[in-house]
Ligand binder design. Sequence first.
Ligand code: HEM
Length: 302
Amino acid sequence: MEDIIRQIEEKYTALGQNPETYLKGLLHSKPLNYWDYTQVDALLNLQTPRTDFADEMIFIIYHQVTELMLRLIKHEIEQVVFSDKLNTDVFVEKIERCSRYTEVLTSSFAVMSRGMNYEDYNKFRLSLAPASGFQSVQFREIEIYTTDLINLVRYDLKDKATTIENSFDYLYWLDAGLDRKTGKKSLTLTQFEERYLKQLIDLANKCETINIFQKFTAVKTTDENYKALKTALRKFDYLFNIKWPIVHLETAESYLIEKGMKRAATGMSDWQKYLHPSYQRRIFFPNIWSEEELKNWGNFVL
Ligand code: HEM
């Protein structure tokens, strides 16, 4: 006890504070409880259905669950990106965590694909236009934190992307909402850009030399953790850019295809084509895949 009091005294004295004030404050402060710590009341009040269909609650909550898992992925990635002295064993551990979170997202997607009434979903979703999961900014932030921007530029437009700013005119994900011939953008895309484009360009500038791809490139092949790191990055690339897109696409197909006919999605994309990983070719670490794997991107199981 004396030792702890001495350490408290030292800590606050070093901060130029009176330790007695803090000890008295401790005497009067209330013990913590679970609901205040986890803010569970706030969390459980963040759902605002737009219709009376009971299953809309599942749709909202599962999107929120996904956003929280994306937050966890970002939390790990940010530590790698902003670390000055990164040990490669920590690097491996962080990427393995990202894969674990992504696995949770792929294995739980049945909550969507099998968990909602088909007719009800196809009614309540009409009240949600033009909102779309496409507008998830965390999804785009993870991409930008993880790889060089050029790897997010559509594969056949790479020559045109010469600066960070102009690369944003050629990103693969514009194909969900931009008619590249007429230059016309969907409302879903316009809304998203108005809200987030500047912030994403800033992030891309900030991450240009410190993103995960750059950090990996700086690791020497002789490093004792090089192989484990490569394996971890391959797994994360596969899970985030092939496995999750496939389960997501299969879910879209289970609700939006009827008698072989494709229904329009709320974001109005040519979704069946756009969402397939072999079309998107979103590959965070192209230099760790074989030519064969790159050729078959989206069509193999790791
Ligand atoms: C019944 C469930 C779902 C269906 C039918 C569905 C459908 C679609 C469709 C058709 C698109 C293409 C854009 C558009 O035209 O709207 C899309 C994009 C997207 N959705 Fe979903 N989605 C579902 C659930 C989810 C969930 C739970 C999330 C989690 C946040 C999500 C995240 C995304 C993301 C990030 C994109 C953009 C993907 C990319 O650019 O590669 N979706 N979704």
